[in-house]
Ligand binder design. Structure first.
Ligand SMILES: [Zn+2]
Length: 268
């Protein structure tokens, strides 16, 4: 009799363990689909403000492609805030002696190619370091540009980096420019890129998610990623983006949805 109970108990333990492992497996399997607001509508004009060359595709590739689908490529703009010349990769001796402008140009070659793959025209690409008279950060110019879009285009969605959840201080400063305008009611609609590591910090009611919807979208974004990896010295291509942020690129490319995670303003 005792033995029978033992067997029964052992079978129960076994069954529950199996069920538990199955559930855990299921959760993990579904976990690549993150909860949040999907397919949020953009305003008539959409302006993305990546801080560096590569931020646009790493955090916003699917958002850019969706913005073009919703509003047409004429209505979608990308404004690059930093010249990107400060990246660590340039400490490598092969870049020794290059001026700030030359470094920036090498990064812009990758950036322009990536934007083209995603459907952003050159006319809709604004590189602040090329139009700002001052060297250094271009946050003042970023603010002026945002206000100019708002004044001219009226219905605009502005997309900057998270002003709160990002380990890069320049990303947070970039986000603060837009958040400040939003808090002061100088712009009407703003959302913010977050790196996947921070996604859980934001409640799902505030999370905005864009994913690639078909093979065509997927290919555009993947091609854009590969522009940052391409090495072809004859064409002045050095794979700088990928060298400096390969873990982020690899992470994104492992995601079959190429998910862009953003958040709404957290409070006004
Ligand atoms: Zn960046």
């Amino acid at each position: 009799m005792k033995k029978k109970y033992k067997i029964l108990l052992l079978s129960l333990v076994f069954m529950f363990t199996a069920l538990f492992l199955y559930q855990v497996g299921k959760v993990n399997k579904d976990d690549d689909v993150i909860s949040g607001i999907y397919d949020r509508k953009f305003n008539d004009y959409v302006v993305f403000y990546p801080q560096h060359q590569d931020d646009e595709v790493l955090w916003g590739g699917s958002a850019i492609v969706e913005a073009i689908r919703q509003r047409g490529s004429d209505h979608v703009f990308v404004v690059l805030v930093s010249d990107g010349s400060g990246v660590n990769v340039f400490k490598n001796k092969q870049y020794k002696g290059l001026s700030r402008e030359e470094k920036s140009k090498l990064r812009n070659n990758e950036f322009k190619a990536a934007l083209k793959d995603m459907g952003i025209s050159e006319e809709n690409t604004i590189i602040l370091s090329q139009i700002d008279d001052n060297e250094g950060t271009h946050f003042e110019k970023m603010k002026e540009t945002a206000l100019e879009f708002e004044r001219k285009c009226k219905s605009v969605t502005h997309i900057a980096h998270s002003y709160k959840y990002d380990n890069h201080p320049m990303h947070r400063r970039n986000g603060k420019v837009i958040q400040k305008l939003y808090s002061n009611n100088e712009i009407k609609d703003a959302i913010y890129f977050i790196k996947p590591d921070y996604a859980k910090k934001v409640k799902k009611e505030k999370r905005v998610i864009y994913i690639s919807k078909n093979n065509e979208d997927y290919k555009k974004i993947k091609d854009a990623c590969l522009e940052y990896k391409l090495i072809n010295k004859a064409a002045n291509r050095y794979g700088i983006g990928y060298t400096s942020a390969h873990t982020y690129f690899d992470y994104l490319l492992r995601d079959k949805h190429l998910t862009s995670i953003l958040h709404l303003p957290l409070k006004k």
